[in-house]
Design a protein around this ligand. Structure first.
Ligand SMILES: Nc1nc2c(c(=O)[nH]1)N[C@H]1C(S)=C(S)[C@@H](COP(=O)(O)OP(=O)(O)OC[C@H]3O[C@@H](n4cnc5c(=O)[nH]c(N)nc54)[C@H](O)[C@@H]3O)O[C@H]1N2
Ligand SMILES: Nc1nc2c(c(=O)[nH]1)N[C@H]1C(S)=C(S)[C@@H](COP(=O)(O)OP(=O)(O)OC[C@H]3O[C@@H](n4cnc5c(=O)[nH]c(N)nc54)[C@H](O)[C@@H]3O)O[C@H]1N2
Ligand SMILES: [Mo]
Length: 740
C-alpha cells in the first residue's frame, strides 16, 4: 500500500479492481464508507461478480475474468484522447508513458466492451468520473494477481494512477489490500524463495553483507549449499513445491533441482489445501519421506494424504500466546503483547524453530545475530530479533524500527490521528507504526510513498533510482524541480553511495566518516549515508522516474493476454499467452502450449471464479473448527445463476459436479444466485475434508474433526501460473458442470 487505510478518507474517488473489502477487510472498509460520508466519494467496483462491496458501489462493472488490462487501457484511451492526463507529472516523474499511449490507441471503447463484457457507456461514465475526481485511490487485491498475466495487471494499475497524477498524494496511491495478518511483514522479512530479508537479492555481495551482519562466516553459509552456484538461485514456490517432490526429470512438470527431489516438508502457518491443484499436492504429500505440520489446528494436509508413517502434527501456539512486531498492509509496524502463556503442550513458532535448529546443529549460528546486542552473550526474545532487523534492513528503510520505538507506539495508540497517522503529545514528529521507509532512529516514518510535497525528514520522497541513469536516450532521473520539499538538491538525483555522496548532497565528509561509511546506502552499517541524507533532505535511494516500461521482461509494457483456459478461443489468437517458460522457479511451466493444446472452451465452457467468505479464512480449518462460524456456511457450495443451472437441470439446493480441464471433479451444493452471470460460477476457497465426492472425516484424529467439511475449491482450479511470481491462476479458469 502506498498510502494507508485511514488516508482513503481523503479520496475523491475510489476504484476497486478484484477486491472485496466489505467481506475480506471489513474493518478497513469503514474508511471507504467514511470517504462516502465526508466527500460524497463515489465507489467504482470492477469484479466478475456482484459482491457485498459492489452493493455499496455507485458504479459496478461486471468484467469477464482476466480482462482488467483491456479495461484499464480502455480508460487510458479515453483519458489521453480527452487530455485528462497529468502532463507535468508524466513529464517529470514517469518513464515510458509514450509507449502506453501508443498501446492505448489499440483499445477503442467498442473493442474494450467486446473483450471485457462491460457496456461501453458504463466504461465511459466510470472513466469520466474517475478522471475528474482527483485524488482518486486505486484498490486491488487477489482479483488482479491470481492470473498467468497477474504481474502485468499489477503494473497496469499504477500506470493508470501515474497517468492521472494520482501518485504521491494524500487520497491517491495504489492501495493493495494485503492478506493475512502480517503477510506484509512475512514478505518484508524474507519468506520468499528469491530473496534475502528486505528484498536483498541472492548476489554474493548481499550474502556477504548478511553473513557479517548475522555474525556468521560467509564460507559456512556457502557450505550449506550443494555447490556455490545454488546460493544464487531461486527456490521452489509454495504454488509448485509438489513438483519438487514428484521430481520428474522430463515431461510437463520437469524440475531443475541439482538432480534430486524434495524429500521433507515442514509446514508452519499454511493450510496446504489452499494450494492450487490439490490432487497434485496430495500425491506429493504421499511421496514425501517426512511431513511435519506445526499448527494450532489439525492441518488438513495431514488429512488429505494417504501417507501412513512419518507424518507429524506439532501443536503450535497461536499469536495470542507470543509477542513481537507485525507489519500492517500500509507498512506500519505494530507491537503486540502475549495475552496468555502457550496452552497445554503447545509451543510458540520461535521455540519450535530454535529446537529444530538445535537438532540440526546450527542453533549458535541461527541466534548469533541477536547476540550482537549490548549483552553480547545471550539474547532477549523478541526484542533482540526486532533490533537485529532494524540494524540490517536498509532497502525498505527499517533502521528506525527498534523494539523500543515500536513499543512506545503501542503504548500511545490514542495519540495518533487515524486519517493522517500523525502523532501528538509525546508522539509528535512520528507517524503511527513508523510506516517504512523509516530511514533513521529519529525518522518519522513515511505515511504516503513518493510524496514530494513533504520533506524527506517527514516522510517525503521521489521514486527510487533503481534501474540506471538513462534508457533509450532518456534521462531516468526525475525532472527539474521535482524533488521533495526542503531538499538541498532541487532536481532528480541518483541513489547515494560512498563515491557520490559529497557531490549530490553538497557536503564534505570527515576522514573518520569516510573510513566508516559503507559502499552504498543499502549496506552502510554505519548509517552515515542515511543520517547525512536526512540533514540534506535527500532520499538515500535517489529521486528518479517511475517506470511504465521495463526491459528484460516478457512484456516491456503490460499487454493483454488471454487466460490459459479462456472461454474466448477466438481471442486467444490475437492475445496469446506467453512462450512456455523452462526452469521457472525450478519447474518447467507451460503457457502457450497449454493454451493451444485443445479447444478448452468447447468442453469446459464456464468460467470458474474463486474467492472468500466473511466468516472463514484461507484454508478454513481455524473457522470450521468453530461451531458458530461453521454454522453460517455449514457446507461447501457453488453460486450459480438460475439460467445456467436450468440449462443443466440443476435445482437450487441440489448437489452438482464441477469438472476441471485436468480431469478432476468436486461435488458441491448448488446455490442459486444472481451475483454471477450465466457464463460463470463462483466457489469459496475455505473447505477441505472431502475429496472428489469422498468424505475424509474418518481420517481426523479423534475429537479434531471440524464442524464443517467440504470439497476444496483447489481440487478443480486450473493449471496456470503467473509469468513472474508463479502465483496460480485461481481467478481465471474453466470448468464444466453436471447434475448429480
Ligand atoms: N473473511 C476473510 N477475510 C480475508 C481472507 C479470508 O479468507 N476471509 N483472506 C485474507 C487474504 S490471505 C487475502 S489475500 C485477502 C484477499 O482479499 P480479496 O482479494 O478481496 O479476496 P477474494 O475474495 O479472493 O477476491 C476478490 C475478488 O476478486 C474477484 N475477481 C476474480 N477474478 C477477477 C478478475 O479477473 N478481475 C477482477 N477485477 N476481479 C476478479 C472475485 O470475484 C472476488 O470478489 O483477504 C484477506 N481477508
Ligand atoms: N482457489 C483459490 N485458492 C487460493 C486463493 C484464492 O483466492 N483462490 N487465495 C490464496 C491466498 S491469497 C492465500 S493467502 C492462501 C491462504 O491459505 P492458507 O495460508 O493456507 O490460509 P490459512 O487457513 O489462513 O492457513 C494458515 C494456517 O496456519 C495456522 N495458524 C494460525 N495461526 C498460527 C500460528 O501462530 N502459528 C502456526 N504455526 N500456524 C498458525 C492455521 O491454523 C492454518 O492452518 O490461499 C490461496 N489459495
Ligand atoms: Mo493471501
Amino acid at each position: 500500500m502506498t498510502n494507508s487505510l485511514g488516508d482513503i478518507q481523503n479520496s475523491k474517488a475510489i476504484i476497486i479492481f478484484g477486491a472485496n473489502p466489505a467481506v475480506n477487510h471489513p474493518v478497513g472498509f469503514q474508511h471507504f464508507l467514511k470517504a462516502k460520508e465526508r466527500n460524497n466519494t463515489k465507489i467504482i467496483v470492477v469484479d466478475p461478480r456482484f459482491t457485498k462491496t459492489a452493493a455499496k458501489a455507485d458504479y459496478y462493472a461486471q468484467i469477464r475474468p482476466g480482462t482488467d488490462i483491456p479495461f484499464m487501457y480502455g480508460m487510458l484511451n479515453i483519458i489521453f484522447k480527452n487530455n485528462w492526463h497529468d502532463k507535468n507529472f508524466i513529464n517529470d516523474r514517469v518513464f515510458g508513458m509514450k509507449d502506453i499511449m501508443e498501446e492505448a490507441k489499440n483499445w477503442p471503447i467498442e473493442k474494450v466492451a467486446e473483450v471485457t463484457g462491460v457496456d461501453a457507456d458504463l466504461i465511459v461514465q466510470i472513466t469520466k468520473h474517475y478522471a475528474h475526481n482527483t485524488p482518486g485511490t486505486l484498490i486491488w487485491a487477489m482479483g488482479l494477481t491470481q492470473h498467468t498475466n497477474g504481474t502485468s495487471n499489477t503494473r497496469m494499475a499504477p500506470i493508470l494512477q501515474l497517468a492521472l497524477g494520482n501518485m504521491g498524494v494524500e487520497g491517491g496511491g495504489t492501495n493493495i489490500l494485503r492478506g493475512h495478518d502480517n503477510v506484509q511483514g512475512a514478505t518484508d522479512f524474507g519468506c520468499l524463495a528469491d530473496s534475502l530479508p528486505g528484498y536483498y537479492g541472492l548476489s554474493e555481495g548481499s550474502w556477504k553483507y548478511f553473513a557479517s551482519s548475522w555474525g556468521v562466516d560467509f564460507d559456512w553459509l556457502q557450505g550449506r549449499f550443494k555447490d556455490p552456484s545454488w546460493m544464487g538461485k531461486k527456490g521452489f514456490t509454495l504454488a509448485r513445491w509438489w513438483a519438487g517432490v514428484l521430481g520428474e526429470n522430463e515431461g510437463e512438470d520437469a524440475i531443475h533441482n541439482a538432480g534430486t527431489r524434495l524429500k521433507a516438508l515442514f509446514v508452519m502457518g499454511n493450510g496446504i489445501t489452499s494450494t492450487a491443484q490439490t490432487k497434485k499436492v496430495k500425491e506429493a504429500l504421499d511421496n514425501l519421506d517426512i511431513a511435519v505440520f506445526c499448527d494450532p489446528f489439525v492441518n488438513e494436509g495431514a488429512i488429505i494424504t494417504d501417507k501412513q508413517n512419518d507424518v507429524y502434527i506439532l501443536p503450535a501456539a497461536t499469536q495470542f500466546e507470543t509477542s513481537g512486531s507485525v507489519t500492517a498492509t500500509n507498512r506500519s509496524a505494530q507491537w503486540r503483547d502475549k495475552v496468555v502463556e502457550p496452552m497445554f503442550e503447545s509451543k510458540t513458532d520461535e521455540d519450535i524453530m530454535f529446537e529444530l535448529a538445535k537438532r540440526l546443529g546450527f542453533y549458535d549460528e541461527f541466534t548469533a545475530g541477536m547476540k550482537m546486542n549490548d549483552d553480547k552473550k545471550d539474547f532477549k526474545w523478541p526484542e533482540d530479533a526486532t533490533d537485529e532487523i532494524a540494524r540490517i534492513i536498509k532497502t525498505i528503510g527499517l533502521t528506525g524500527w527498534t523494539a523500543k520505538r515500536l513499543k512506545a507506539h503501542q503504548e500511545n495508540w490514542h495519540m495518533f490521528d487515524e486519517v493522517t497517522l500523525r502523532g501528538y503529545g509525546d508522539m509528535t514528529g512520528e507517524y503511527y507504526g513508523l510506516p517504512w521507509p523509516c530511514w533513521t532512529e529519529g525518522h518519522s516514518g513515511s505515511p504516503v510513498l513518493y510524496n514530494i510535497n513533504r520533506s524527506v525528514k517527514e516522510g517525503g520522497m521521489g521514486f527510487r533510482n533503481r534501474f540506471g541513469m538513462e534508457r533509450d536516450g532518456e534521462n531516468l532521473l526525475a525532472g527539474k524541480g521535482s524533488a521533495p520539499k526542503a531538499s538541498s538538491n532541487k532536481d532528480g538525483y541518483p541513489e547515494i553511495n560512498k563515491d557520490n555522496i559529497e557531490a549530490v548532497l553538497g557536503i564534505t565528509l570527515t576522514e573518520d566518516e569516510k573510513s566508516r561509511i559503507g559502499k552504498n546506502w543499502k549496506v552502510d552499517k554505519s548509517n552515515i549515508i542515511a543520517e547525512k541524507c536526512m540533514e540534506a533532505g535527500i532520499a538515500p535511494y535517489g529521486n528518479a522516474k517511475a517506470r511504465a516500461k521495463v526491459w528484460g521482461w516478457a512484456d516491456e509494457i503490460p499487454k493483454h493476454r488471454e487466460p490459459l483456459h479462456s472461454p474466448r478461443t477466438d481471442l486467444t489468437k490475437d492475445y496469446p499467452s506467453f512462450a512456455d517458460k523452462p526452469n521457472h522457479w525450478r519447474v518447467d511451466t507451460r503457457y502457450i502450449s497449454e493454451q493451444t493444446k485443445q479447444d478448452w472452451a468447447k468442453d469446459f465452457p464456464i468460467n470458474l471464479v474463486t474467492g472468500r467468505l466473511v466468516n472463514m479464512n484461507g484454508a478454513g480449518m481455524e473457522n470450521r473448527a468453530s461451531k458458530y462460524l461453521a454454522k453460517l456456511t455449514p457446507e461447501m457450495f457453488c453460486d450459480i445463476n438460475p439460467d445456467l443451472a436450468g440449462r443443466y437441470g440443476i435445482r437450487d439446493g441440489s448437489m452438482m459436479w464441477i469438472h476441471s480441464p485436468q480431469g478432476t471433479k468436486i461435488k458441491v451444493k448448488a446455490h442459486y444466485s444472481y451475483s454471477v452471470s450465466p457464463d460463470r460460477i463462483f466457489i469459496p476457497i475455505h473447505f477441505a475434508g472431502v475429496m472428489e465426492g469422498e468424505s475424509l472425516l474418518h481420517k481426523y484424529p479423534d475429537g479434531t474433526a471440524p464442524y464443517a467439511t467440504g470439497e476444496s475449491a483447489n481440487t478443480v482450479t486450473n493449471y496456470g501460473y503467473d509469468i513472474v511470481t508463479q502465483i496460480p491462476e485461481t481467478k481465471g479458469g474453466l470448468c464444466q458442470i453436471s447434475r448429480v
